[in-house]
Design a protein. Structure first.
Length: 124
């Protein structure tokens, strides 16, 4: 039962960070970037649900990493797996507004570290 609670706590932390960063703080940059491409920023409920799935999967990865690595190594690996790889892909697809990175990079590092810390703290 503790692994489930640990993963759920990390999922909530990740989801809150993702929502605040992308739907409140950076939404203008996202929508302007998509608009410039002639697209609408994907903000339908199904998109939010898929980000929830992503947050859950990211929490599971962090849980697995935390079993083997220190807090800092877990956070660094998780950040690289969860964010750097995603940005490489969406940058390659042309849908990443690079001007968000000065906010997104440190925020995502704090998000990954916070999730790793939660996992380490709750898991015991």
């Amino acid at each position: 039962m503790r692994p489930v609670l640990t993963i759920l706590a990390a999922t909530v932390w990740i989801s809150i960070n993702e929502f605040v960063r992308n739907q409140l703080v950076l939404v203008d940059q996202w929508t302007a970037h998509y608009s410039a491409m002639g697209l609408s920023f994907p903000a339908a409920p199904i998109n939010g649900a898929m980000w929830g799935v992503w947050a859950l999967l990211f929490a599971v990865v962090i849980f697995i990493l935390a079993r083997r690595f220190s807090l800092l190594h877990t956070a660094a690996l998780a950040w690289s797996i969860g964010f750097v790889l995603m940005w490489v892909v969406i940058g390659n697809l042309g849908v990443l507004p690079f001007r968000i990175l000065p906010v997104a990079v440190p925020w995502s590092m704090a998000e990954a570290f916070g999730a790793a810390w939660l996992v380490k703290k709750i898991r015991g």
